[in-house]
Design a binder for this molecule. Sequence first.
Ligand code: GDP
Ligand code: ZN
Length: 445
Amino acid sequence: MTHADTIAAIATAAGAGGVGMIRLSGPKAAAIAAELGAPRLRPRHAHYARWRDHAGEVIDDGIVLWFPAPNSFTGEEVVELQGHGGAVVLRQLLAHCIALGARQARPGEFSERAFLNGKLDLAQAEAIADLIAAGDTRAARAARRSLDGVFSRRVETLAEQVTVLRIHVEAAIDFADEPIETLGGAQVRAGLSAAQATLAELLRDAERGRKLRDGLHAVLIGPPNAGKSSLLNALAGSERAIVTDVAGTTRDTLRETIRIAGLELTLVDTAGLRDSGDAIEREGMRRARAELARADLALVVIDAREPEAGHAAVAADVAQVPRSLWIHNKADLLADAPTLAPNAIAVSAATGAGLAELHERLAHIAGADAGETVEGEFTARARHVEALSKSREHLAAALAQLDHEQLELAAEELRLAHESLGEITGRMTADDLLGRIFSSFCIGK
Ligand code: GDP
Ligand code: ZN
C-alpha cells in the first residue's frame, strides 16, 4: 500500500534543543527538499543545505537525508531535515514544507504507514511508543525487545501452531468421505494441548510485560483513621496526602507513584470504607471501590490495636483484589509485638518502625510478579493480554468441541483463537490461511 500524499511533522521534542528534525514521508518528499534548496540528493548521504522560503529568505540551514522507498522507516520516500532545535524556526520550516505540498502528519502516522507498508507489525509499532515513554532502564530494554519483534515472534510461533491445527481440522471436514492419513484425533488433541501450553507461557510473560509497561496498581484501603494517608506519605516520602485526626477526612482518592524493583507502583489512598450517611463520603467510598476493582494489590491498613474490627470492616472488599498485604499500623501503640498472619506485617507510620520491611515485602511482591531479571523480557499492553486471554478461551472451547466430535464448531473456535492472535500483530489474514491450506494439501480435484 502506498499513500498518494506526503506527510510532514516535527519529529523532535517540543521546546528548545541543539538540533531539531522535520521528517517528510511520501512521494513528494524529495521534490519538497529540492524546492527548499537541496536538489540532487544521493540516497542515505548527508547533504548540507540552506533552506529558503518563497521570497528566497533563509529559514535555517542544516543536514538533509534522503531515504528512497522502500528502504526507509515508513517504506515510503522519506526526507529528514536536521536544523536548529527552536520551536519557531521548526514551525516556519514545517509551514513551508506544507506550502510546498506536504500535509501535517497525524500523531503516530509515520508508524502507521510503517505498519501498513509491512515495515513493522502492530505490536512493534506500539513498542515504539512504549520505548519513548519508558520510565526506567528495565522498561526501556523490554520495549526495545518488543520493537525488535521478540513478542511478535512468540505470537507468530503460536499462530503457526494454531494454523497447523486448523489445516488438519478443516481438511477433516472437507474430506470427511476420504481417509486422510495425516488426521488423527489424538494427534490434533496433542497439538491443541501443546498450543495451550505455549499460550499459557506467553500469556504469563505478556502479563509481566504489561505490568512492566503500566506498573503495578496498588490500593491502600482500610477503616477511617487507621493511618492510610500517613503510610502513603511515609512510603512516598512526602506530605502530599492530608493527615488528620478526624475520621473520614480523606474523601477523594490521592495517588503517588513509587518505584520498587524497577516497577512503578501506583499507590492510591482511598476514603475509609465504612457506612456513612454523608453524601460526599459515600462518593469517596464509591471511588475507593472503583479503584479496588482494577487493583493488582490491596494494601490493607488496619489499626494494630483492633485488628478484628479492621478485618471485619474491609474483608469483603479485599476479597476482590488478586492479592493483599495486611498492614497493622500504629504498632508503636502496642505493648507487645503482635502475632501476625503470613501476609501481614506490623509497622508504624509515625515512628518508621517496620517500613523497611514493608518496602522489602513490596519489592518481593513486585519482583515475584515481575521476575526481577527475566531474560528476554518484553513489554506488552492490556490489549495484547486481552487478545491472548480470548485466544486461550477459544482453544479451550475447541478442545471441548473436539471431545464432542463437533468438527465444524471446533474449526470455528480455532479460527477465532487464530483471529485473536492476529489482533496482536495485525498481520494474519484469511487469505494467509487459505494460502497455507492450499499449499500444504494438494487438492487436485
Ligand atoms: P487515614 O484516615 O487512614 O488516612 O488515617 P491518617 O493517616 O489520616 O491518620 C489518622 C491519625 O492516626 C492521625 O492523627 C495520624 O497522625 C495517626 N497515625 C497514623 N499512623 C500512626 C502510627 O503509626 N502511630 C500513631 N501513634 N499514630 C498514627
Ligand atoms: Zn486518609
